[in-house]
Design a protein around this ligand. Structure first.
Ligand code: F3S
Length: 642
């Protein structure tokens, strides 16, 4: 990066960085201004915070949201919320009650500020880029460390300019812009990158539209997505009643970027991502005519007032098809209240939509699970197989506009081929709301720890050598949804690492957990991009609970790799990817001198296999080596702070 002209990303990093050198590819430590937690990964973060013995959070705001488990399908969910409410307030954090809304939506309404760094225990923390803030999803332990004022280690990203020109035509939406980027790229295209949105087209997008795009830069595998903070941002802060939070942020005009992607907004078509990957993108017209059994609009991508009003605008005076169930799941109570005030809720009800509580809910299989052999069309961000709660699901992703038109038609339609009127949404001047349901810190609160709250397993130093079987071999693009399922049944156990270990990789092989536990050590063998998707740290933590020593993969997704290090599971990459084919489940492996290799900075280590030996790479920073030697981040930091 040039020392003179800087990108907006570099401007934020420079303001928060503890080092001067921001060379791409290097790892730097940054200060974290704001922290966001949710209710399925937040409990582990607070348990880790408590384990550090610190009384009060050292940065802030630190806000914990009860958003994923809002329906309270059993007593464990309510028990988890009670723990979160008490532990957060007791230690200086805020707590957003169940039903107030999804973390990314409520946080952007009430807390985010341009130029800030935010670390979230949820991968879609990139949403904050719509407000000119650098939101990064991270593993829970990294988030817990930020809460005690430990810096966050981030690989200096390649900053990619997405140059927007023109203006979206009728029926094309912000969702189609990010689907277009996924169509051109893939779920791996943005690894190691921040997508920075520049050019005259930026001014044509409202802040909620920008948030939709920034949100799904996560699906590109990116570290984050970032829009400038400009006059549109100032206007939006005024709507939210927080104009004092505004500050301008932009790249210098002659800033250099690692790459430029040009998108003419006027050429964007309505798009759809076919089952079961967000990058299986094609024009809606290619799938037109497929019967649609269920339509859902919501999530942290498409649950804002702007999205809900888009749906009500399209379906006003129309009727949902008889064989289609249509539901909107607002991303916040404030969004749905505004919709009611502007008449949109009535239009939805009269058309035959129902309106859910504000929650993640069906995005992670909590409610509205599709019927077998049915098609679900969702204005959400992920359609990984099984995420809906149905193992062999068929979930298409689209915009709220396409979802609304298809609900009326009962089949997937290109809305430009219908008689429906294109949506026309103006944001209300006043988008303020009550703050009474987001509770502030209270040091007098007693922490209420119910039976569903487990313990973080003790971490022990890395051993000299590891020996054990290949416990499982998996292919490319295995998601954290595969490693730790997000069904309603399993998520209720996420606060108890010991209880949910048995579900580890169950969607790939139901016998995996029992086999791993019996082996008391061993290795997972994987292909490319292992651990993509959700930031859930229990996808790594549960491997530690089961005694898995290492994962050997062709490559790792960023957050999951960091989580493995944090929990003392060694991430190794094949030196020659062809070696993956030489390993099979049940093969006995031995890695001698692993501790010494990690400690000495060695770049590779030899793995003894049944037929000889192969080389695997130790692509680790010095800091990661220290963490692995200690047996994990919690033990490493606790030792240092003693
Ligand atoms: Fe929630 Fe789904 Fe977003 S689980 S945070 S709505 S990706």
């Amino acid at each position: 990066m040039s020392p003179d002209a800087v990108t907006a990303t570099e401007r934020i990093l420079r303001e928060h960085c503890r080092e001067d050198d921001l060379a791409p590819g290097s790892t730097v430590e940054i200060d974290v201004d704001q922290v966001l937690l949710q209710d399925v990964l937040g409990p582990l973060v607070w348990m880790e915070f408590e384990a550090l013995g610190v009384d009060e959070v050292a940065t802030g705001p630190v806000v914990t949201y009860a958003d994923h488990q809002v329906y309270g399908i059993n007593e464990a969910d309510a028990d988890t919320h009670r723990y979160l409410r008490t532990v957060a307030r007791r230690h200086g954090g805020h707590f957003s009650k169940a039903g107030v809304g999804i973390c990314h939506q409520v946080h952007r309404e009430r807390f985010i500020e341009p130029g800030a760094t935010l670390l979230g225990s949820d991968s879609h923390s990139t949403t904050m880029g719509g407000f000119g803030a650098l939101g990064i999803g991270a593993g829970g332990l990294d988030v817990a460390m930020a809460m005690v004022d430990e810096p966050y280690a981030v690989d200096v990203p390649d900053v990619v300019a997405v140059e927007l020109t023109g203006e979206l035509p009728a029926w094309a939406t912000a969702k189609d812009v990010i689907l277009e980027l996924l169509r051109r790229g893939s779920v791996k295209a943005g690894i190691g990158c921040v997508y920075e949105f520049v050019g005259p087209g930026v001014d044509t997008l409202s802040v909620p539209e920008r948030c939709t795009i920034a949100n799904m830069t996560t699906e590109l595998g990116a570290t984050s997505g970032l829009f400038p903070s400009d006059e549109r941002t100032r206007e939006h802060f005024a709507r939210l009643g927080r104009e004092e939070a505004f500050r301008p942020l932009a790249a210098d005009e002659d800033a250099e970027y690692a790459e430029r992607i040009r998108v003419d907004l006027s050429g964007i078509d309505p798009l759809v991502a076919a089952p079961s990957m967000p990058d299986s993108v094609a024009p809606v017209s290619e799938y037109a005519g497929i019967d649609v059994d269920q339509v859902l609009v919501g999530s942290c991508t498409n649950g804002s007032y702007h999205d809900l009003a888009t749906v009500s605008s399209v379906v006003e005076g129309e009727t949902v098809a008889p064989n289609t169930d249509a539901i909107v799941v607002p991303a916040s109570k404030r969004s749905v209240r505004l919709l009611a005030e502007t008449g949109g809720t009535t239009a939805l009800y009269e058309a035959g939509f129902s309106v859910s509580e504000s929650t993640c809910g069906p995005c992670i299989g909590q409610g509205h699970v599709p019927a077998p052999d049915s098609v679900s069309l969702r204005a959400f961000n992920r359609n990984f197989a099984g995420r809906s709660g149905l193992e062999d699901d068929s979930v298409y992703l689209c915009s709220p506009a396409v979802a609304a038109a298809s609900a009326v038609a009962g089949e997937l339609v290109d809305p430009r081929d219908t008689d429906l009127s294109a949506p026309n949404v103006d944001l209300p001047d006043d988008m303020t709301g009550s703050d009474t349901d987001v509770l502030g810190p209270d040091p007098t609160v007693e922490v209420d720890r119910g039976e569903t709250i487990g313990v973080i397993p003790e971490q022990t130093p890395l051993v000299d050598s590891i020996a054990g079987p290949v416990l499982i071999t998996v292919g490319d693009d295995v998601t954290t949804d595969h490693i730790m399922p997000a069904s309603a049944e399993v998520m209720s156990l996420w606060s108890d690492p010991q209880a949910c270990a048995k579900y580890t990789l169950a969607r790939v092989d139901p016998d995996f957990a029992a086999r791993a536990e019996a082996a008391d050590g061993g290795v997972i063998v994987a292909g490319e991009n292992y651990g993509q998707g959700s930031s859930r740290e229990n996808a790594a933590l549960e491997l530690a609970v089961l005694g898995v020593d290492a994962v050997i993969a062709e490559s790792f997704a960023r957050i999951h790799r960091a989580n493995l290090v944090n929990f003392g599971v060694v991430p190794l990459t094949f030196h020659a990817n062809a070696d993956r084919e030489t390993l099979a489940e049940g093969d006995d492996l031995r890695i001698s001198g692993l501790r010494e290799a990690v400690g000495s900075g060695a770049k590779s280590v030899s793995v003894r296999t049944e037929s000889g030996s192969i080389a695997v790479d130790l692509a680790l920073s010095d800091a990661e080596r220290d963490v692995l030697l200690a047996g994990g981040r919690l033990r490493h930091v606790a030792e240092r702070r003693d």
